[in-house]
Design a protein around this ligand. Structure first.
Ligand code: FES
Length: 147
């Protein structure tokens, strides 16, 4: 894992915004940003570990825990709330017995809130494993997950 993290980060040292780009590559390759990333990034970019932690915690897209096999992102911003995203949230969290931001005990599903997926005109919106779903419903989302 350490080698993967180093490879993902090292090509971006010295670039403007290189830390963020590197962290995104770490997440793409690992599925999340493992704890060791903080130390490795601080060494490579010659900054403090607190600065790296600050960047990871500032951007909601960075996950510091391994996600479930299926990754659901449900928009809970205003346009989507106005047409039912909170109801979808209730249905999904009931179905998988988890709260938003959690992974099911089986590891099958992670559900995360997001604040706008750029599909406001066809809200409610969600994303399942990277696939955008407009005019989403709990049924459409769970069908995409596979059950
Ligand atoms: S507010 Fe939900 S996609 Fe923009």
């Amino acid at each position: 894992m350490e080698k993967i993290i180093e490879e993902a980060l090292s090509g971006h040292v010295g670039e403007t915004g290189g830390l963020i780009t590197g962290l995104r590559h770490v997440q793409e390759r690992c599925g999340f940003v493992p704890r060791d990333t903080v130390r490795i990034a601080a060494d490579l970019f010659n900054i403090s570990q607190a600065e790296v932690r600050g960047v990871i915690s500032f951007y909601a897209d960075f996950r510091d825990e391994k996600p479930g096999e299926n990754h659901i992102r449900l928009c809970v911003a205003e346009a989507c709330q106005s047409v039912g995203s909170r109801q979808i949230e209730r249905e999904l969290t009931d179905k998988y017995s988890i709260a938003m931001g959690e992974t099911s005990a089986s590891g099958e599903v992670t559900i995360e809130p997001v604040f706008c997926l750029g599909l406001c005109s066809c809200a409610p919106a969600a994303e399942v494993n990277g696939k955008l779903i407009s005019r989403a419903s709990a049924k459409r989302i769970t069908n995409e997950v596979g059950g």
